[in-house]
Every structure is written in C-alpha cells, then in structure tokens.
Ligand binder design. Structure first.
Ligand code: CP3
Length: 357
C-alpha cells in the first residue's frame, strides 16, 4: 500500500479536476447514468412512474446509487429531471413514454408573469432530501452532483410544450417579443438560483447546468438571449460550489460559453478537446466527450476512443464523461468498460504511488 498521504478521495479528485489542476487520474461519470440501460432501473420503473421516482426520495436515492454500485462511477448525480423546475414554477408536467409534455405552455407576457419563484425546500423538498440521503449513503468522500436546466433549454420546453416538434414556436417568441422572452429567461434564472443553492446546501459537491439546445442558436442570439441568464445563475451561486456548464452542438459558441463563469465546460464529441483547451486556456476545465454511440462499438474501439480522449488533455482539468446522455440500449458491460478504462488509464505526470480511494 502506498503511504496514506498520497491517497486522495474521489471528491477531492473531482474538485481538483473542476479547478483545472493536474490529476493522478481522471474522474469519470456518465450523463444519464441512472436510466433505462440498467436492468435494476427498468425493474423499478415497472412499478413506479418516472415522476413518482423523482419525487419519492427513497426511490430517487435508490436509482441515483444504482450506477455507483454497479459501475463504481466517480460521481453520483441525483436522479431528477430539468423539467421539475418548470412544474414548480407552475406549469403542469407529464412525462410519459412519448417524452415530456407541458399542456399549458408559455406563450404570452401574462403566462410569463404567472410563473412562480418558489421556495425549493417547500415545493421541491424531495430533491434536497434525496441529495442529503445520497450523501449519507455514499459517504463524504464521493461527490454528489446537483443540476438544473439552463434557462434557454428549459424555455424551449416551456414554450414549445413538447420536445419533438422543433424550435419554431420558441424562436418565433424570441423574435417577435424579445423583451418578454428575456423576461422569461430572467425569471427562470431567478427560480434556478435558490433551487441550486438548496441542492448545494443539501450536500451537492458541484452542480451542472444542462444547455442541451443552445446549439440551435447562432452566436449573436446565444450572446443576446441564452448566455446572460446562465451568467446570472452562476454569479448568483457565488463560490458555493463549482459549476459545470453542458452545451451540445456548440462549437460556434464555446468562446462565448467560456465567459459564462462556469468552472467546467462540458462538451460533446464534435469538439476536439486539445484544440478547445488551446483556444480557451488551462483555467477552464473540460468535461466529456466520448460519443455515447461509441458504447455500441467493439471493446477495442471503446478502449481506443476513451484513451485518446484522456490523452488529449493529459490529465489536466479533465472530467471524463460522454458527450451527451448514455443511450437507452447501451450494453451495461460496455458502460463498465468505459468507466474502468478511464479509471485505469495511466497519466504521464502522475506519481505511480498516487491512489484514489
Ligand atoms: O444524469 C442522470 O442520470 C440524472 C438524471 C437526469 C434525467 N434527465 C433523468 C431522465 C438528468 C440529468 C436529466 C436531464 C434532462 N432532462 C435534460 C438535459 C440533458 C439531456 O439529456 O439532454 C433534458 C433535455 C431533459 C428532459 C427530458 N426528460 C426528456 C427530453 C426526456 C425524454 C427522453 C428520454 O430519454 O426518455 C426525459 C425523461 C427522462 N429523464 C428519463 C430519465 C432517466 C427517461 C424516463 C424513463 O425512465 O422513462
């Protein structure tokens, strides 16, 4: 056994990665790691509806911990959904097999004015409660992650009502009534700050903002609409916990996204990590970015892509992850191979005795 002083725990490893430091190995987890590719998740879902799992701490804790138990991931993200916040703001939410549906979408100034800034412990207390219980269960040495949707991405659902119908309605709103649309984004930001603060107070070691749909915007509209409320949230959180900002299909936006104030940018597989590091500099950490579809490839390919991804940042300020959520039919053994390959990869500068508990 190496001397105890050289051992760091997973939470320290994760926080060091968030600070952009050199790492003994990269921490690794997967977006949507609690989900339908796991038989034990599907088993729970045969008995309980999706929103029931989100809102019942005992069930949310169980499914949050499933990937930790099965795959030994380095971070546990609390099981919830970005649309829980929309519901707490006053929009009825259905989450069936066809994806999310908000039957009373936001279409006018009156609809925006009606949205509530709510008390997260009172209205969504199940979420901080789940975090407290996860922390208790996995212990203080494992980072637990909280999250929320970024305002633009949440607004897409709140205005469109359904995800699968494109972005015509939300963009039309943005172009016809830019002031009202900005007020909507600001209101979402104002609701998100206490929502994330409650998660941090409950024990979240870091929080992630999901901006899945920001790549739909050109740079000008991104800077004018989507970025300011993200900056507002991150400034509102102060230094209470590191913030990871996930963007997808966003190569054209990354220099702007780097001005969000986030400690970590989480990017998809279209981005060359080494190149983006060169452009943005070493102070902003990066998360990602293996294509989730690579987990359908043969084992050698999964290993090669994972090692190449790690190699591109040489273990500096890097959290290994997929470039988007793990896909539903992913073989569990391939997810396992991705995690193990990430955790065992040797990094040149690392002391051979460095150990992560
Ligand atoms: O990462 C995790 O394991 C934590 C849980 C998590 C879920 N959703 C659970 C979920 C997180 C972080 C999210 C975020 C989320 N939700 C995003 C942003 C990230 C992304 O994936 O783009 C978005 C856009 C949503 C909205 C949402 N929720 C959609 C579009 C859907 C339907 C699509 C689908 O995969 O079914 C959901 C449902 C949802 N959220 C599921 C899970 C595990 C599937 C529900 C089920 O069990 O049937």
């Amino acid at each position: 056994m190496p001397p105890q002083t050289l051992a760091i725990n997973r939470k320290d490893l994760f926080l060091r990665a968030c600070r952009g430091e050199a790492l003994p190995r990269v921490p690794v987890w997967m977006m949507r790691q609690a989900g339908r590719y796991l038989p034990e998740y599907r088993e729970i879902r045969t008995k309980h509806a999706f929103l029931e799992v989100c809102k019942t701490p005992q069930l949310a804790v169980e499914v949050s911990i499933q990937p930790f138990r099965r795959l030994d991931v380095d971070a546990v993200i609390v099981f919830s959904d970005i649309l829980i916040l929309a519901e707490a703001m006053g929009l009825p939410l259905e989450l069936g097999d066809a994806g999310p549906n908000l039957p009373n979408p936001v279409r006018s100034k009156l609809d925006v004015d009606r949205l509530k800034i709510f008390d997260p412990e009172a209205e969504t207390g199940f979420l901080p409660e789940a975090i407290r219980r996860i922390v208790k269960s996995v212990g203080p040495e494992v980072p637990v992650l909280g999250f929320a949707g970024a305002p633009w991405t949440l607004a897409c659902y709140m205005v469109e009502g359904k995800a699968k119908e494109g972005f015509g309605t939300v963009k039309s709103f943005l172009y016809h009534e830019p002031k009202v649309f900005r007020a909507l984004l600001h209101r979402i930001a104002q609701a998100t700050i206490p929502y994330l603060k409650a998660q941090i107070a409950a024990g979240a070691a870091a929080v992630q903002l999901f901006d899945t749909w920001c790549g739909e915007l050109n740079l000008q509209d991104y800077e004018e609409f989507a970025l300011p409320p993200v900056q507002e949230i991150i400034a509102g959180l102060g230094s209470s916990a590191p913030v990871i900002y996930y963007t997808k299909a966003s190569q054209h936006l990354l220099s702007a996204a780097a001005r969000s104030g986030a400690n970590v940018l989480s990017v998809d597989w279209r981005v060359d990590l080494a190149e983006i590091r060169k452009t943005l500099g070493p102070r902003i950490a990066l998360q990602g970015n293996v294509d989730p579809a690579v987990l359908f490839a043969p084992p050698d390919k999964i290993r090669d892509v994972t090692l190449a991804t790690i190699g591109s940042l040489a273990g500096h300020g890097h959290i290994l992850n997929l470039g988007h959520g793990i896909l539903q039919n992913t073989p569990v053994e391939n997810a396992q191979l991705f995690i193990e390959t990430g955790q065992r990869a040797l990094i040149q500068h690392a002391s051979p005795a460095a150990q992560v508990r």
